[in-house]
Design a protein around this ligand. Sequence first.
Ligand code: 5RP
Length: 233
Amino acid sequence: MGKESASDERASLKLLAAQRAVELVESGMTLGLGSGTTATFWIKLLGEKVRKQELKIRAIASSEDSERLGREYGIPFVNFEECKSLDLTVDGADEIAPKLALIKGGGGKLLREKIVASASKRFVIVGDESKQVERLGRFPLPVEVIPMAAPLVTNSLSELGFTPAIRMKPDGRRYITDEGNLILDCSGLLIDDPAAMAAKLDSIVGVVEHGLFLGMADLALIATPDKIIERTV
Ligand code: 5RP
């Protein structure tokens, strides 16, 4: 299959997963809106229902992009002052391993994504089958860092066995997160024990958050050409 048709196929699988996730939504819910191409499908599908007044929801988004998109459809937004917990959050992932251990943050939104997921009664992952892995780490693990600490954190991550690289934008400038931080994309290490690695990353001063999402997801809806696989922990 050519490159273009493979990515078309992945996009249609992402759409199928997003469609299934829409079935989990009921009027009156407060939702967490994830980020990335799969979550974008979900937001657009929800938005169309809101526009047609088929669905009444409120939302908190995990990125400025997702909030902007939701507002275009007329989805009303709240904040954590007004609403302390979310009924359901749907988001994508970069890798989905056994026990629904995830790598997220390929789109650079991991900090808000983790905040939104942590406030959710139900956290559902949507993705195509290419996201499934036996071991995390082939996808470079994104680590959000305070800019001043980036050289120090780079050393610490190298000592753990990673090859960290500051994320750059296509225009050659550094990628800056919604919170004004940098992302170090950490490649070169398959993660045998995600919980132990998360604890090590949490202990590095200057790390704001990392893309290991462990014990957070309740369900993964994974689209294959034949069916949607429902994976629970
Ligand atoms: C953004 C994310 C995304 O959910 C993740 O990168 C998956 O993206 P996509 O749905 O485009 O494959 O974590 O920070």
